[in-house]
Design a binder for this molecule. Structure first.
Ligand SMILES: CC(C)(COP(=O)(O)OP(=O)(O)OC[C@H]1O[C@@H](n2cnc3c(N)ncnc32)[C@H](O)[C@@H]1OP(=O)(O)O)[C@@H](O)C(=O)NCCC(=O)NCCS
Length: 115
């Protein structure tokens, strides 16, 4: 963990199965990317990475968890919805896409903080 960042690597033995990267922005946790290698997809690795990232980043930031995802990325949107994220907005033309631009959906998950 670098200051303000957390990167996780999921391994199957010595074989990389996926990774995640997140960073603190003020009191928010921003998930920058979650990627699972094609051979490991649909086996729970993405869900595991998401849960572990949020859990292990608990000391990094205590506020909501935010991320952006392509409007067309139905699989990732489904994964995030299944993990309690809600869609809170659109960033117009956020991603490059074959010489054009694609909108991002902004998703947010509130965390329970013990008081
Ligand atoms: C999105 C991604 C990380 C999901 O990883 P994964 O390991 O396949 O996901 P999981 O096996 O944990 O599945 C999580 C949910 O997504 C669903 N899902 C996964 N792949 C799916 C597919 N191809 N079609 C439909 N649903 C799918 C699963 O059914 C599961 O839902 P459920 O718990 O309701 O059954 C992976 O597809 C990926 O790396 N995609 C390319 C990179 C990417 O788009 N990253 C997200 C950037 S925001």
């Amino acid at each position: 963990m670098a200051a303000g960042h957390l990167c996780l690597l999921a391994l199957d033995g010595a074989v990389p199965a996926g990774y995640s990267v997140c960073m603190r922005v003020l009191d928010e946790l921003h998930i920058l990317n979650i990627v699972v290698a094609p051979d490991f997809q649909r086996r729970g690795v993405g869900g595991w990475l998401l849960d572990e990232t949020i859990s292990r980043a608990g000391d990094l930031a205590h506020g909501p968890v935010l991320l952006e995802v392509r409007v067309s990325n139905a699989v990732a949107r489904h994964l995030y919805l299944s993990k309690g994220f809600v869609e809170i907005g659109i960033r117009k033309d956020y991603y490059p896409s074959d010489g054009r631009r694609e909108d991002a959906v902004v998703m947010c998950k509130e965390r329970q903080v013990a008081v």
